[in-house]
Ligand binder design. Structure first.
Ligand code: GLU
Length: 447
């Protein structure tokens, strides 16, 4: 069976050339599946594994728009609708110059299992564009979003496919996208997109949900090991939506955020970070961390967050920037700095080699598809509120999020125990996510 599994993997890689991130995500999931197919060979026999690796639909389209100087620009738009066995396609849109079909496929593939782990009725998808919102005016971003949606509206809908944000797509972009969608379809279909503003169908906590959820997952993981976050020294990479919310929540539980980073460098804050100041720089002024002028802090231009571990003690590392940002060298630095927990806020931020080193060093490792599922889970809560024309309080929504994260944690841990690898959260997440989708696919027949 293991041999057959390997043949399937080789075939998937062969049929999807030039997509290293997709290969990495597929290889990582397949590494956990041997014990599953040994016990349940029908997953292989019924072709479920091959089908899960083949998106149901892949859409690539031209996005023309005009910049402020009147010049016509062309970007490429993507939506990969990967799997709808559990519910409507669901997953964010990423606007970043490095986005390619391979990037979107890796993210969409991860999203299938992440969404399954939430226990909610969500299929898996992802989309985006190689458009770079950095340095663009509001008017340019609006024209781009309107052009993107002029094509994308054909494929989305509250029962079909429900996009949300990801890197480069925040409240502002969701507003322009939803505005254009509403205008084209000529009805207020609030469940067609999530991450909306509060006055136009959004949910409290959605904005903070990925970062808060990450912290709740870590809290549960530590609790199971008789520890807590009080006084823990936490290093966070990135300073986008996920990183800021994670830093804020972890600090509110008594931890000390000893550093954050952005694309220009890393900020060491050995006495703890002033997250209000970070929010102001990043969310209001849309500038870099160089402007962080709180006494006791030091900005290291060009450095990664992990390089701060040379000089700082770090108990918990939260990679919240982007894929493959934490490599083997970074993992070694963290282990030397005393790190005992690494939990992924971004999607696939740790390289396979880094994960191997962390595991060998006995570090507790929480994979993104489990630990960062709070964002999409709260999107599902937003969809519930939209469907019932209700809006829940912050406390209620936040406590639902915390419960969901505890459940995801427990499901991963119990699955790892059932498969003889207690505490291997990556294996537990892959198997628990996979079996939920695979069982639905089996029940639905060959579609
Ligand atoms: N982009 C987020 C993720 O990676 C959220 C997706 C959503 O809310 O649909 O899970």
């Amino acid at each position: 069976m293991e041999h057959r599994l390997d043949e399937v993997r080789t075939e998937v890689l062969r049929r999807n050339p030039g997509e290293p991130e997709f290969h990495q995500a597929v290889t990582e999931v397949f590494a956990s599946l041997a014990p599953v197919v040994a016990e349940h060979p029908h997953y292989l026999e019924a072709g479920v594994i091959e089908r899960i690796c083949e998106p149901e639909r892949q859409i690539i389209f031209r996005v023309p728009w005009t910049d402020d100087a009147g010049r016509v620009r062309i970007n490429r738009g993507f939506r990969v609708q990967f799997n709808s066995a559990l519910g409507p396609y669901k997953g964010g849109l990423r606007f970043h110059p490095a986005v390619s079909l391979g990037t979107v496929k890796f993210l969409g593939f991860e999203q299938i299992f992440k969404n399954a782990l939430t226990g909610m009725p969500l299929g898996g998808a992802k989309g985006g564009s190689d458009f770079d919102p950095k340095g663009r005016s509001d008017a340019e971003v609006m024209r781009f979003c309107q052009s993107f949606m002029t094509e994308a509206h054909r494929y989305i809908g509250e029962h079909t496919d429900v996009p949300a944000g990801d890197i480069g797509v925040g409240r502002r972009e969701i507003g322009y996208l939803f505005g254009q969608y509403t205008r084209i379809v000529d009805r207020h279909e609030s469940g067609a997109i999530t991450g909306k503003g509060l006055s136009w169908g959004g949910s409290l906590v959605r904005n903070e949900a990925t970062g808060y959820g990450l912290v709740y997952f870590v809290r549960r993981m530590l609790e199971r090991h008789g520890r807590d976050l009080d006084g823990a020294r936490v290093l966070v990479s990135g300073s986008g939506n996920v990183a800021i919310a994670a830093a804020e929540r972890v600090a509110s539980l008594g931890a000390i955020v000893v550093g954050m980073s952005d694309s220009t460098g890393a900020l060491a804050t050995p006495d703890g970070i002033d997250i209000t100041r970070v929010r102001e720089l990043k969310e209001e002024r849309r500038t870099t961390l160089t402007g962080y002028d709180v006494p006791g802090a030091r900005f290291v231009s060009g450095a990664t967050a992990w390089e701060l571990a040379r000089e700082l003690r770090v108990d918990v590392a939260l990679p919240c920037a982007t894929q493959n940002e934490l490599d083997a060298d970074a993992a070694r630095l963290l282990v030397t700095a005393g790190t005992t927990v690494v939990a992924e806020g971004a999607n696939m931020p740790c390289t396979p080699e880094a994960v191997r080193l962390l595991r060998e060093a006995g570090v507790l490792f929480a994979p993104g598809k489990a630990a960062n599922a709070g964002g999409v889970a709260t999107s599902a809560l937003e969809m519930q509120q939209n469907a019932s024309r209700d809006s829940w309080s912050f406390e209620h929504t936040d406590s639902r999020l915390a419960e969901i994260m505890d459940d995801i944690h427990d499901r991963c841990l119990e699955t790892s125990i059932a498969y003889g690898a207690a505490g291997d959260y990556a294996l537990g997440a892959n198997i628990a996510g996979f079996t939920r989708v695979a069982d639905a696919m089996l029940a639905l027949g060959v579609i």
